[in-house]
Design a binder for this molecule. Structure first.
Ligand code: PHE
Length: 347
């Protein structure tokens, strides 16, 4: 008997839980608590005929079950009334509302907007760039001689050209391996003074791992004018990084080779995770390699058609994905683009 009561109660509660309309709710009421043939009513009615020693326990158990079912019915009914409040004009303000799910910005977008704001405040213009580019803008205009081994570290995805269309070698199309493909394109269309950033997506034919992906993001930047020096370069980067990380950072330059800058540098930033003491992120050195940069090579300024010797400039190619990883402590670059909601919902 006790088991039967429990079964009836559970049955009623599940049905109430699933119930979608007031009509259905009424049916459930009749089925279990109806005066004529409600399942629980039948049991309650039989209590008086039970042997003395069972009467008390079964009676109170059945009454408790009835109260529970009744309560669940009331609650559900109130919920339904609220849902229909728009029609009826009745609204119970004490019922918790349904939270609408809202989207939010991707961590890369957040960083881009931040970086853009900082550069705009320093007078830079923001350009969008061509992801599909050609041998000339990706390499030749940037002082990579054709077939030079320096191209090896920028291997990318090439477009299969129609062999019937006789294209010139420098027009061979490919996905850009770096945002530097925009340098000469923008210089050709603008006269100095020039202060520009180009946030964008880049592609490389790479075996992927935690720090390499075939698709990643960079922010290119360059300044061209008369008398631009390394001091301008260092100051700009230091100002940017201090703003982004919300604290004064130290920077240092090491020599780095890129055909389109001379001298070329790797700009390191003091590790913000450990404050320069040494940790796993900075590989115990206290410094994190963040921004390849340098003074624009005269050959690049020449590609742009600028008068020889008149202008100087600096350029940098910041790892935008890298920056997001540093800022949000993300340990695998592939997470940024694989669309896993469990990852994205954390931002
Ligand atoms: N384009 C280079 C790269 O992707 C980075 C760079 C940009 C270096 C500008 C110097 C100046 O590796």
């Amino acid at each position: 008997m006790q088991e039967q009561i429990e079964k009836i109660k559970q049955g009623a509660l599940t049905e109430i839980g699933r119930c979608q309309s007031e009509k259905e709710l009424e049916k459930i009421l009749y089925k279990y608590l109806g005066r004529k043939d409600g399942q629980l009513t039948a049991i309650l009615r039989g209590v008086s005929e039970l042997p003395e020693e069972q009467r008390q326990t079964i009676g109170s158990l059945a009454n408790k079950a009835r109260a529970e079912i009744d309560q669940a019915l009331q609650k559900k009914k109130a919920g339904m009334a609220n849902a229909g409040a728009a029609q009826t004009g009745y609204f119970d303000v004490t019922v918790p509302g349904a939270k609408p799910t809202t989207g939010h910005m991707h961590p890369l977008t957040r960083i881009r907007l931040e970086v853009q704001d900082i550069f705009k405040s320093m007078g830079f213009k923001v350009y969008e760039g061509n992801e599909l580019t050609d041998l000339y803008y990706n390499f030749l205009s940037l002082n990579f001689p054709d077939n030079h081994p320096a191209m090896d570290s920028y291997d990318t995805f090439f477009i299969k050209e129609d062999p019937k269309k006789k294209i010139k070698p420098e027009e061979r199309r490919m996905m850009r391996a770096h945002t530097s493909n925009m340098q000469v394109r923008i210089m050709e269309q603008n006269k100095p003074p020039l202060k520009v950033i180009v946030p964008g997506r880049c592609f490389r034919n790479e075996a992927t791992d935690a720090s390499h992906d075939h698709t990643f993001h960079q922010v290119e930047g360059f300044v061209v004018d008369e008398n631009i020096s390394i001091a301008n370069l260092v100051y700009t980067q230091k100002a940017l990084l201090s703003k982004i990380f919300g604290q004064e950072v130290k920077v240092r330059l090491r020599p780095g080779y890129f055909p389109f800058v001379e001298p070329g540098f790797e700009l390191d930033c003091s590790c913000i995770i450990c404050g320069g003491k040494g940790c796993s992120v900075c590989k115990r050195t206290g410094w994190v390699e963040l921004i390849p940069c340098g003074m624009i090579h005269p050959k690049v300024l020449e590609s742009a058609g600028y008068p020889k010797g008149k202008y100087t400039g600096f350029a940098f190619g910041m790892g935008w994905s890298r920056l997001a990883m540093m800022k949000y402590e993300i340990d695998d670059v592939r997470l940024l683009l694989n669309g896993d909601m469990r990852f994205l919902e954390q931002f």
